[in-house]
Write a protein that binds this ligand. Structure first.
Ligand code: GTP
Ligand code: MG
Length: 197
């Protein structure tokens, strides 16, 4: 049983317009904007989930999907314990993009990162281009948590955040900072002392 608040860095990744910010805003503020502005760089929000066996505080980095911000992404997924990867069920290309993100986070992210795949905009069933089974197949292939969701109606978002928090509490907590393990080095000094070169 863990007491206190457990903090975790989490990141949202996915195609521009897939609804990352809308999902974050629905989760953190319970709001939805039909004209959500494209994210510039990244946005930061927090939300806390209280469970019987611990409190999870998600420190959420909502990244910008536009290609011009692509090079910033590693800064946000590095150290993240959860990567929420979002595609849009009305946009087939966004599923391919999601696959790319899954592979990148698996290779370059934390070794124990929890990856959650969201097929967003499930309310737009009439313009659907990606079947639920395709999202499920991708999730099964990489052993991910998966759900179709709607930031607009809120469907499945709370449930998935609770499931994710349950998984987070199973992770080994980060080691507390140990003063003995901190070393200061000064390259300039050591060069002088060693009479290097
Ligand atoms: P970038 O910040 O550019 O990467 O985009 P994003 O992934 O954050 O997408 P954003 O949340 O800005 O949503 C893009 C558009 O889709 C906005 O107009 C939203 O209102 C709309 N949208 C987001 N989620 C949903 C949803 O679940 N259903 C519907 N119908 N529209 C949605
Ligand atoms: Mg955004």
């Amino acid at each position: 049983m863990r007491s206190g608040v457990n903090h975790y860095k989490v990141v949202f990744l996915g195609e521009a317009g897939s609804g990352k910010s809308s999902i974050v805003v629905r989760f953190a503020r319970d709001e939805f904007f039909a004209f959500q502005e494209p994210t510039i760089g990244a946005a930061f929000l927090t939300q806390t989930v209280s469970l019987d066996n611990g409190i999870v505080k998600m420190e959420i980095w909502d990244t910008a999907g536009q290609e011009r911000y692509r090079s910033l992404a590693p800064m946000y997924y590095r150290g993240a314990k959860v990567a929420f990867i979002v595609y849009d069920v009305t946009n087939k290309d966004s599923l391919d993009k999601a696959k790319g993100w899954i592979e990148e986070v698996r290779i370059r992210g934390e070794s124990d990162v929890i990856i959650v795949l969201f097929g967003n905009k499930m309310d737009l069933n009439d313009s659907r281009r990606v079947d639920k089974t395709e999202g499920q197949a991708l999730a099964d292939k990489y052993d991910l948590l998966f759900s179709e969701v709607s930031a607009k109606t809120g469907e499945n978002i709370t449930d998935m955040m609770i499931k994710t928090s349950v998984e987070l509490l199973k992770l080994k907590p980060d080691a507390p900072l140990n003063a003995d393990s901190i070393r200061f080095t000064n390259d300039g000094l050591s060069h002088k002392n060693n009479k290097c070169c």
